[in-house]
Design a protein around this ligand. Structure first.
Ligand code: NI
Length: 227
């Protein structure tokens, strides 16, 4: 399942994040890569322990926590601190699958990466290329979103970033462990949640059928959630 979060960061928040990260001390993006990814990856990244990455990352995390759509679609248990990357001058990230387990350096924080997210921070008209291309059961999906919008996709999927041939692609990215590990089970909960929300809006939250279906949602989540 690939989910787009259209209104994650406001224009003011995008501007604030960029003000924090743009003057940062950008390094080779392979700082966080596995051996195979390092062969495919050509970009720049902010060091994860830099003050700019931490402050901007907190802003992104707060926005994710406020987004009902993100929470309902991802059912997050643990989120790895957001990182920031930059592609320019033909840089790209070839086809890969994200590392299964992420460990935060210098701590015992670790998570199983179930979902990956990209939060776009540049106007799509300001650069050419830079599409995130995700392979799924229905073929390839290309994603290039307005600044402030996010896409969430399975970390297990083959994906790549197309070469940026003009301008600069600036983005935040992160991995998260979901309470519901299985992508298919999570997709069923997401569909049920949307159906229950729509039925509640049409019939009223106190409607007996809406109450029953809400119960089914919670009982499925109870059955499938791992913490
Ligand atoms: Ni990736």
């Amino acid at each position: 399942m690939l989910t787009i979060v259209p209104d994650l960061l406001s224009a003011a928040e995008v501007a604030r994040v960029r003000e924090l990260i743009e003057p940062g001390d950008w390094v080779d993006g392979n700082a966080t890569s596995g051996v195979q990814s390092a062969l495919a990856k050509r970009n720049a990244q902010l060091p994860e322990d830099s003050a700019a990455a931490r402050e901007a990352g907190t802003l992104v995390l707060d926005a994710l926590g406020r987004s009902a759509l993100f929470v309902a679609a991802a059912l997050p248990l643990k989120v790895f601190p957001p990182l920031f990357n930059r592609y320019a001058g033909g840089q790209a990230f070839g086809t890969h699958v994200d590392t299964a387990v992420r460990i935060r350096r210098g701590s015992d924080f670790r998570l199983r990466a179930d979902l990956s997210a990209t939060i776009f921070l540049e106007d799509p008209g300001a650069y050419d290329g830079g599409e995130l291309i995700v392979e799924g059961a229905f073929g390839e999906q290309q994603v290039k979103l307005p600044a402030g919008q996010a896409v969430v996709y399975p970390s297990s999927s083959l994906h790549r970033v197309a070469p940026v041939t003009r301008g600069v692609r600036l983005a935040s990215f992160l991995w998260l462990q979901s309470m519901v590990r299985d992508d298919g089970a999570r997709a069923i909960l997401w569909e049920l949640d949307r159906g229950v929300q729509a039925a509640g809006a049409a019939l009223g939250q106190g409607d007996a059928a809406v109450v029953r279906l809400t119960g089914v949602y919670h009982n499925l989540l109870r059955r499938w959630a791992e913490m």
